[in-house]
Design a protein around this ligand. Sequence first.
Ligand code: ADP
Length: 155
Amino acid sequence: MRIAVFPGSFDPITIGHIDLVYRAKDLFDEIIVAVGVNSKKKSLFSLEQRLEWLNLVFKYDETIKVDSFEGLTVNFCKKKKARYLLRGLRNASDFDYEKTISQLNHIIGDDLETLFLISKPEYSHISSSIVREIIKGEGDVSKFVPELIVKKIIK
Ligand code: ADP
């Protein structure tokens, strides 16, 4: 089984994340979209809320699972028997950051491979952090997050 973990904060999930998962879908038997719980990183949305939205988005797809983990990504991969990580690259700063993490994960994760997909140009400006800023400013995020959660975000 080719299992990949797509780790992230997903605070909240954006259409950029979703596009990445569907583009990678045929490459793997299973993709686990996993919320990494980082106690130092303060999230806007609770873990439960983020998981609920991920489950809503991917509920019709049997090969895409949703999960969460604490601690090192490599340990979660080992537990799930995943040999691959999936990550997206939007720009050069993503690359600089991801390169080091991927090299470290390859060493400490016993040859765990990271597969990178370059963001589509129409999604490369979208990030959860920008979406959070717009939400805090009570702006319109309907062009950045999936339709089914827009109504839930804006009360
Ligand atoms: P993290 O806090 O780990 O960066 P994110 O939820 O922000 O978590 O991102 C998870 C992954 O999704 C990262 O690999 C990131 O590069 C990728 N990603 C985020 N937004 C986009 C986008 N618009 N297009 C493609 N990939 C994206």
